[in-house]
Design a protein around this ligand. Structure first.
Ligand code: KIV
Length: 299
């Protein structure tokens, strides 16, 4: 714990001493502001002030409570639920109804964070009307604060239609997992100048249309820098390096639950796969050896 004393000189030679407890020096130096509720406007303000934005996924009530209490700025109900919650290989199979189920569970838990919900594959690509209908269902049925869609120019009309209805939209460029069968692999995107320029043009278009932020997934750090410097809305990176205005991770990866997934960009903060496994093994042993429940653990 750091205790920082600030002594303010007041008239008549009296001193006022203000003591901040538990303020870490590095936090103070980033001009961090306390938000009771994070809004789309807060994120743009954070970019202006140079405060980095934290974003994490959550898909259920209990996890969302913990993430929100830890003061993560943005909670993404990502279609990565298709992978980590449902066990599919890609994000393509998850349905709009399933996304709404996950999102409404998260929304019941969240008091502070801005909640963004992915519109899943097949619910916005055919035409702008379908896109708007899907976004409205998410907003109405889950009480989400905003939606996220993958792509640039090719979904421009849909983005415009959703925004015109007053629904905030987050974009997603670079590696867009809903297009994985077009890419063929999960490797880094936009290493060539042609693709990099298209990505920058798409980012500028999404900003012009009115998106409040853009996720940049798995692109070179230098390209993230170029994008972040060329638009005024925040970029949120995953595998996109240190120049993004914020960072996002899938919570199961951060906690080490997906132990077989080891991309270079991932920093693990726990090894929950092992810790949970060992706790569960101990429980099994205790049941088998009749140690659980003991006399104090029964009525
Ligand atoms: O679905 C998801 O979790 C995402 C993040 C990887 C950005 O889109």
């Amino acid at each position: 714990m750091n205790i920082i004393k600030i002594i303010i000189h007041q008239p008549l030679n009296s001193y006022k001493i203000i003591t901040f407890i538990d303020c870490k020096l590095n936090i103070m130096s980033t001009a961090k502001k306390e938000y009771k509720r994070v809004t789309v406007k807060s994120l743009v303000d954070m970019k202006k002030r140079g405060e980095k934005i934290s974003m994490l996924t959550a898909y259920d009530y209990s996890m969302a409570r913990i993430v929100d209490a830890a003061k993560v700025d943005v909670i993404l109900v990502g279609d990565s639920a298709s992978n980590v919650m449902a066990g599919y290989e890609t994000t393509l199979p998850i349905t709009l109804d399933q996304m709404i189920y996950h999102a409404s569970s998260v929304l019941r838990a969240v008091k502070r964070a801005l909640v963004v919900v992915d519109i899943p594959f097949g619910s916005y690509q055919s035409d702008p009307q379908e896109a708007l209908r899907s976004a409205i269902r998410i907003m109405k049925e889950s009480r989400a604060h905003s939606v996220k869609v993958e792509g640039g120019e090719e979904i421009g009309e849909s983005v415009k239609r959703i925004l015109n209805a007053g629904i905030p939209v987050m974009g997603h460029l670079g590696l867009t997992p809903q297009a994985i069968y077009k890419f063929g692999t999960y490797t880094v995107r936009a290493k060539e100048e042609e693709e990099a320029e298209k990505l920058i043009a798409d980012a500028k278009l999404l900003e012009r249309l009115g998106c409040f932020a853009i996720v940049l997934e798995k692109i070179p750090a230098e390209l993230t820098k170029r994008v972040s410097e060329s638009i005024s809305i925040p970029t949120i990176g995953i595998g996109a390096g240190k120049y993004a205005d914020g960072q996002v991770l899938v919570i199961h990866d951060l906690l080490g639950m997906t132990h077989e997934f080891n991309p270079r960009f991932l920093r693990r903060y726990m090894n929950l796969y092992e810790e949970m496994g060992s706790a569960i093994s101990r429980y099994v042993d205790d049941v088998k050896t009749k140690d659980f429940p003991n006399d104090d653990e029964q009525y």
